[in-house]
Each structure stands twice: as C-alpha cells, then as structure tokens.
Design a protein around this ligand. Sequence first.
Ligand SMILES: [Zn+2]
Ligand SMILES: [Zn+2]
Length: 254
Amino acid sequence: MKVEFLGAQGGVSNGYSATSFLIDGNLLIDAGSAASNLPVERQAEIDNILLTHSHLDHIKDLAFLCDNCFDLRDECFNLHAHATTITNLKNHLFNDAIWPDFSTIPSPEAPTIRYHSIIPEEEFTLGGYKILPVQVNHPGDSMGYFIEKDDKCILFTGDTSSTQRIWEIAGTKKNIKAIVTEVSFPNSLKEVAKLSYHMTAETFKEEHKKMPKNIPIYITHLKPAYQEKVISEIDALNLKNIHIVHHDGKIINL
Ligand SMILES: [Zn+2]
Ligand SMILES: [Zn+2]
C-alpha cells in the first residue's frame, strides 16, 4: 500500500492542509484537502471515500471534489461512513443551501456521490481492501479504521482523545505496519484538548502505553498555530518509532 498524506494537520493555514490520506491513488480517508492538494485528473481517479467523522477539517474538500469531478467519471464516488456522519453531511453541507446535493446531480439515477453507512466493528471489503471500523473517543460517532491488503494493515485512529477499544483490537492483529494517530494541542491547552476530545503530548504518552510495540507511529493533526510547541513536547517524550507529520505530501509505502 502506498499512503499519501495529502494533508495531515488539524486545521488550515498557509502550508498546512487539513486531514486527507490517499491509499494507492484510489481510496481516500477523509477529505480535508483532497481537492486542494491533488490535480483534478487524480481527484477523478478516486473511487472510494472513507470518512472518520463530519468535522469540517475532515470533510470540507468533499464539496470541491464533487464539483470538480461530477462530469469526469463514469461511476459515482462511493462514500462510506457512520450513519451519523452521513446524516450530518446531508443536513449541513450537501443541503442545497451551503452546497448542492451531489447525491442527485447530475441526476438521481447517476449521481456524483452515493452514501453507504458502516457499522462499528463490522468488517467489510472495499475495492480489494478489508476495512474494520472501530469507534473512538471523539464527538459524532467518530470512527478509526484498520485497513488491510496483502496481509499488511494500517491503522488510522482519526481524531480521538484517550480511547480503549481500538487498542484492544490492535493488540490482536499481527500484521499492523503503521499507526496514524493524532496530537492536536500543546500541554498548556490540556483543558481545551479535553473539551474538544483531542490529545496533547502528555495524553499521548499515556495512550502510547496501550499501543502495539515496535510499530512506526505517525502523529498528525497538529493545530497550525502550535506546531513548534507540540513538536518539542512530543520530542521531549523520547519515545522510539515516532514520526511527526508536520508537512503536506509525505508518502509511506507498506
Ligand atoms: Zn480534526
Ligand atoms: Zn474532529
């Protein structure tokens, strides 16, 4: 699997793009920067989209992805997410007020996007990938995903505060090659982190004890305003196998 970190930040600023990961050019995990950081031809090559949750930094580019590609593809985009996320998209984004309802454009029979709801801990197959969604500790029925192909697995936790179930399941899987998780705020903002269900370096230190050992961990979702502070606080933990993703366009091959 080739994983492109199109954007890996918990916000948007010059040089910092919101969360979007592209697997093998075809499977998109979250849509924070999938239109901003890909040429239109590559946007049109995406077939399947998995959303962790409906916060704006994970969905905003869906609007422009649909707008760019509605006439470029023979098939629709297939979007998979928890029913809560799909309801939020329909009610608050593709509602014909904020943006057109692309599930009926160009026509209801052949739309730009189709929604499919997933059920936590029910594995399914999508374009050759095995996907296992697991609920994490973040608002709006947020999901993390185990994604497997050719007996290699990558875990995306998505946004989360301290959580349990996903690490229990991770402990049973022997083929995890990478973990992509989050640290959003500096330790000085731990109350904000708590209220918004995100991690600081201090909470990550405790979370790290629950994670499977000797697997590369990619830390994403730093808030643009606190990059340097959060990076120095994570570095000070002196943990092995930690990679902080603080720029767009990183690629890993599993
Ligand atoms: Zn986020
Ligand atoms: Zn969020």
